[in-house]
Design a protein around this ligand. Structure first.
Ligand code: GP9
Length: 412
């Protein structure tokens, strides 16, 4: 009975997601490179410090891409591994622990597996220990043909936890194109240089962060500026290798940084910040989608999140997600359907409202914000969306914990 209700929920989600409009299959057969950037947050996109842009290459690429300005990370305790899981499976991470560590042997409908069945070469790249977050086991189960870890890279630019992102991108691109020339490919890259504690050696610092110099906030901005330089080099290398016009490039942040002092953000943005401002600052990460020949451009303001990545990328490739148990929205399905984006904390946003749960998790003690006025409103205004948000988190937890997709009808 309960499983039937869960199936009905997925069937309804699939109906609203699977729109056959002009973007469906518009990039069928393209390569796909997805870059998950460590602690890459939205608040500094387009911002300057001492007259210098923090992310000049990202800002430049934005002009030729679709940029989602209200994109939320949906991670929990599993941090980077949660972002990865949600992006690939379109399910929520767990309330405690990491799915990668707890349930690597359970069945999920994940992008590498789906693209592999459509003839793609599927590879993951991360220049760190392959066992971290149990990636080695999980990636095998997710259907990656290859997983390039620290031991596969030449550590010719030692930085932070491991290899600097510039060399990481350069070597990963070589693996993609030279180790095997098979196309189309799906490549998933996870960066590392902007990981806590963010401090870079002086010779790598190239952003004048002024009054923030020597603080953790200043170090964070410097490390993000470095990652942006690495992105600029990657774009040039992709153009050189003839990949720019036959590859969908997707780039998003995995989660927030560890700088939680409101004063730093107020000083940086030059204004005082409300509870709602801070919630959005800490929970929004950038999403940028670049398609061949710069055909999709602009700023998309509808709320979106990491669970939306798999259905949206598959839509562009013309692969129907009807058979799959995915929870996210299709970002290319148009604006008729209202998007609800649910975070693991129980916070959620739709076009009009943002709900912040209280510590005791009682609905009535949370705060319901009107995104138009940015003021709190009667919490009951958030009731319907709250019930739906909780339903989704519950369904996702059951699918993961009880391995429901392994026994779903139609699955082997
Ligand atoms: C390490 C990296 C860090 O492999 O992914 O993960 P995090 O600490 O951000 O979850």
């Amino acid at each position: 009975q309960e499983n039937d209700e869960i199936q009905q929920w997925f069937d309804a989600a699939s109906l609203s997601r699977n729109t056959r409009n002009e973007t469906f299959g518009a990039y069928a057969g393209s390569n796909v490179i997805v870059i998950q950037v460590e602690a890459f947050m939205n608040f500094m996109i387009g911002q300057k410090i001492n007259g210098e842009e923090i992310t000049p290459n990202f800002n430049k690429l934005m002009k030729d891409s679709l940029y989602f300005s209200n994109f939320y990370h949906q991670t929990g305790q599993g941090r980077t591994s949660d972002a990865d899981f949600s992006a690939q499976s379109s399910l929520h991470p767990l309330p405690t622990g990491s799915v990668f560590v707890r349930y690597p042997d359970h069945k999920f409908d994940v992008m590498p597996q789906i693209l592999k069945s459509s003839g793609y070469k599927t590879e993951a790249f991360h220049a760190y220990e392959g066992s971290f977050w149990n990636r080695f086991n999980m990636y095998k189960a997710m259907g990656y043909d290859n997983f390039y870890t620290k031991k596969d890279f030449k550590i010719d630019e030692p930085l932070g936890w491991s290899l600097g992102d510039k060399s990481f991108f350069r070597q990963s691109l070589d693996f993609m194109t030279k180790t095997s020339e098979q196309q189309p490919f799906y490549s998933f890259m996870i960066t590392l240089t902007s990981h806590h504690p963010y401090s870079l050696p002086a010779k790598v610092q190239s952003l004048d962060v002024g009054e923030f110099k020597g603080s953790i906030f200043g170090n964070y901005l410097e490390s993000i500026h470095y990652v942006d330089e690495a992105l600029g080099e990657l774009i040039e290398d992709m153009k050189r290798d003839g990949l720019w016009d036959n590859t969908i490039l997707v780039l998003y942040g995995d989660h927030d940084n560890s700088v939680t002092d409101k004063g730093d953000y107020e000083k940086f943005l030059g204004k005082s910040l409300t509870e709602l401002d801070m919630a959005q600052i800490m929970n929004q990460v950038p999403l940028l989608v670049h398609v061949p020949k710069d055909e999709l451009t602009g700023i998309e303001e509808q709320p979106s999140g990491q669970l939306d990545l798999a259905p949206s990328i598959l839509h562009l490739l013309g692969i129907s997600t009807e058979p799959f148990s995915m929870m996210g929205n299709n970002l290319f399905a148009g604006h008729e359907q209202e998007h609800l984006v649910v975070q693991r904390s129980g916070a959620f946003s739709n076009d009009k409202l943002y709900y912040i749960p209280s510590d005791d998790q009682l609905f009535q003690n949370g705060t319901c914000y009107d995104l138009g006025t940015r003021e709190p409103v009667d919490v009951q205004k958030c009731r319907v969306a709250y019930d739906e948000a909780n339903k989704r988190l519950n369904i996702s937890d059951k699918v993961i914990t009880y391995d429901l997709l392994a026994t779903k009808s139609g699955n082997p």
